[in-house]
Structures are given as C-alpha cells and as structure tokens.
Design a protein around this ligand. Sequence first.
Ligand code: DI6
Ligand code: FE
Length: 410
Amino acid sequence: MSDTRWDRLLLNATLATFTGDAAYGLIERGAIGLHQGRIAWVGRMDALPDAPHALAAKVESLDGALVTPGMIDCHTHLVFAGDRSHEFDLRLNGASYEDIARGGGGIVSTVAATRMAGEDQLFVQSLIRAQALLADGVTTLEIKSGYGLDLEGERRMLRVARRIGRELGVGVRTTFLGLHALPPEYRERRDDYVTLVCDTMLPTLAAEGLVDAVDAFCENIGFTLDETRRVFERATQLGIPVKLHAEQLSDLDGAALVAEYQGLSADHLEYLSESGIGAMAAAGTVAVLLPGAFYALRETKLPPVEQLRKAGVPMAVATDCNPGTSPLLSLRLAASMACTLFRLTPEEALRGVTVHAARALGFADRGTLAPGQRGDLLVWDARKPAELCYWIGGQLLQQVWLNGEQVLAA
Ligand code: DI6
Ligand code: FE
C-alpha cells in the first residue's frame, strides 16, 4: 500500500503564522506538516490528529525555534551590470541623486553597462545578489527590468530574472519597467520612446511570457503622469497588473493614478498626500515602503506611516535592491530599518515582508503559515519574532525550506 502520510512533520516550533487575530499569529509549541511542496497542517502540537509517525514519513523537532513563512522581497532591481559605488562618494560630498542623474550618471550609466553585458555575464553577476537575499530568508522576489531600455536589453534582463528563479528554486515575479529613464538616444524624442515602450516592447515581451506586472518611474527626473498613464492603459489592455514608483522625490499624484488602475502597489511614497492615501485605501493598493533608499539618499521626509495605518492601507517593506539608491542585500535589515526609521512596529514590519508583500505581488499562495500555502519556511535562531527586526546583522537564519524541501542549513 502506498504511504499516504505527509512527507514531513516539524514539531516543537514557535510558529509566527501571520494568520488569525493573535500578535504575529503566534502558536507556541506548534507543529507544521508538509506534503508535496505545500503546508498540509499547522497548529498546536497537542491538537495533532494522531501520533507523529502515524502522520508523517519523517518527523523532526525544532526545539522551540521560531518558524516564519519565507520572506518576500516585493521590489528589487537586482539584475544589472557594472558598478556605481563612486556615486556613494559623490553623494557624501554633497551631490544629490538628481544632480548625478542629470550629469549622465545614475540610471543611464547602469543602462550602458547592462547593454554591454552578455546574458551569461548578467546572470552570474545578478545571481550573487539573489543568493545574498536568499541567505537572509528571501524565498520569493520581484525583479524589475529597466536597465536595458530597448527591446533586446529589456528581454535579456527579464530572461535572466526568470533564470535566477529556476537556478535557486525561489519564486520570481518579473516586472517590466520600460519607463525607468529616458534612453540617451531618445533625448530629443520622448514621445517616440513612450510609443516604443507601449506599442512594441511591452506587447512583445508580454507575448514571450516575460512580464508579470508593469511599473514606471513617475517622477520629475523620470516620466510624467500622462506618460505613465499611457503605459498603464496598454498594460490594462493586455490584462497585466500595474504598480508604480510614486512620490519618492516629489508629489506628482502617482499613487492616485496607480489606484485608479486598481494597481497592486505604490512604492516609496515619502511625498504621498492625503488624497493619494484615500485613493489607495479605496482601491486596495498596497503601500511598499523602501527604507534602504530613504537611508542611502539620506532622505529626511518620512512616508506618512501613521496616516496609512489609520486609513487601513496594507504596508509592505522591500529592499529596492539597486546599484544607485539602495545597495541593500538583506530584507530582514530592511524590516529592521522600517522600524527604526519609519516607526513600524516589528509586527507590522514582519507582516510587511510576508503577507503584505505577497499581496503586493498578487500572490495568494504564500506569505503566511496556513494549510495549502507553498512550503516556504524559515527556521530562526530566535524565540520571539521581534528579534528578527531587533538584531542588526548576525546569522539568525538556521534553515530555509523551499517548496517543502530544506535547501539551506546554517
Ligand atoms: N527608483 C529607485 O529607487 C531606483 N529606480 C527608481 O525608479 C533607482 C535606480 C538606480 O538609481 O539605478
Ligand atoms: Fe525602485
């Protein structure tokens, strides 16, 4: 007779499930069953329906260790070539991000390097960054294009993003960010570039199955509200969800625009207005907070966290990993910074890198510990969830489980 038991049963765990009403959805002396890549059972050990070995083929005790869902980094630009560390010096000497961008540095300098790189070279350089995120608990991540800015370059980035997912077994969502910066060859022809993005690049890449969502950099140094609307219209026609870099450096009302399109998320939001918050709340658009960029740019304007909280807008937290404004390779550190810099509670920050981050990517099958969810789990050298935000650095992560299989042990 075939074995109908679960593949695995983990016993004596402190489970931060992020379900139900308890703080962190905490279950002490908990157990979790895994079967065929999914979570089969979650609850208190004393509520298990049978003896452990009658329930699962393999049983192990975690000795009280904390277990959380795999963390989800819902905003990264980690596929790129080249190096921008000299901009760090420039900024420390007083140049602003806008100054550097206007002077030919910034995004377009990464575009030049990324266009030069072959697909394998881009893959090898970018894989290292994805591995670093995984090593601190990221089991699903979003990766944006936006450093190719022509059909071939954007395609290469998105293909590399998918390949990273296959190589590491992590979940990858790809976002097309054709409206990231105006490529130099279109300097006098803005409109033609937006047309190219809307009429050629987006539909072609979507047809190739490379686009899960569409984003734009709606900003004075990026693209206008009207240009952003054009790409959102096209995405909507193609049935692709949208999200937006909004209100990072100024208030252009981008959050209201993305909400109008029932967008998944509006990201950054330091300059978000009261009306933008209202629009996001009504549309169910997630606020993605990016403390790494706030920190690296030495921004002083805080995102309106208290008003977002009051309006009931879910807040996610992400690394924004990119070579210019957020060279950050730990989502757990981003959660810590969201507490220290933005005054999120540790529970809000941890919901922000799990359940709300899943929602910001349109995923319903991950981000909590519940039956039916993907078997993506983290086992930590910690007893209380707040420790994950409290410790700055250190090797807290003990085990990573992806799709029900243990892939990493400290
Ligand atoms: N906002 C950001 O924080 C990144 N892109 C964007 O639109 C920065 C990208 C870079 O500087 O390379
Ligand atoms: Fe970004």
